[in-house]
Design a protein around this ligand. Structure first.
Ligand SMILES: C[S@@+](CC[C@H](N)C(=O)[O-])C[C@H]1O[C@@H](n2cnc3c(N)ncnc32)[C@H](O)[C@@H]1O
Length: 198
């Protein structure tokens, strides 16, 4: 199993405004999908919630939310934000390879920039873990780097995503788009909404 502990250094040593993924506002595609009613009501897990921007948005929009991240510092920042906003969010400092939740606990798992940081040797365990903690018919929303950022092991084509996930999930809505990120760089992403297969 890989070691992901170095992530804490980013949150310890840089202001949030310097972190490329931190837009300072919820991801537009999450806001769009919530507004369109694509996200099932109920229990939601934000995998790799970071400083809590997206999970706070979900809490403020009526979802029963839990956020996990490997970085203690990120969880501290996210916890402080949620207290200030008087939002009820359960935070846990935990790795996505462990997922200490019961089977079928969640209706929706949100992943913004998490899966593309899962090392190759952990990918199958990660996918099976997400599948296990979702209820039958529950949805997983994956947002990951696209091959249009250049060729790299964690820059995915749609075919690659389908090869990895379609044994466990029915692939639904797919969006391929560019986004101006927090560090001023334009990056390309896939967002894929998929339903747990029974
Ligand atoms: C690109 S950031 C995205 C953060 C957040 N989803 C957002 O959009 O602001 C990746 C996040 O994954 C977290 N992370 C990395 N490895 C992890 C692991 N093994 N388990 C849980 N979180 C992890 C990092 O600490 C970081 O917060």
């Amino acid at each position: 199993m890989s070691d992901y502990s170095e992530w804490d250094e980013y949150y310890k040593n840089y202001p949030l405004a310097e972190l490329g993924w931190e837009l300072g506002r919820p991801r537009p595609i999450l806001v769009e999908y919530v507004k369109k009613g694509f996200i099932p009501n109920g229990k939601v897990l934000d995998l790799c919630c970071g400083a809590g921007t997206n999970v706070l948005y979900l809490a403020e929009n009526g979802f029963d939310v839990t956020g996990i991240d490997i970085s203690k510092t990120a969880i501290k920042i996210a916890g402080k934000k949620s207290r200030l906003a008087k939002a009820k969010i359960d935070f846990l400092c935990e790795s996505f390879v462990d997922l200490s939740f019961v089977d079928g606990e969640f209706d929706f798992v949100f992943d913004m920039g998490c899966f593309h940081h899962v090392e190759l040797e952990d990918q199958v365990k990660f996918i099976m873990g997400v599948h296990r903690i979702l209820r039958g018919g529950g949805l997983y929303m994956l947002t990951c780097f696209s091959y249009r950022n250049g060729r790299r092991w964690n820059h995915f084509t749609l075919q690659h995503i389908m090869n990895l996930f379609s044994e466990f999930f029915v692939i639904g809505k797919v969006r391929h788009y560019s986004s101006l990120e927090g560090d001023g760089v334009v990056r390309f992403f896939y967002t894929v909404l998929m339903e747990k297969k029974l």
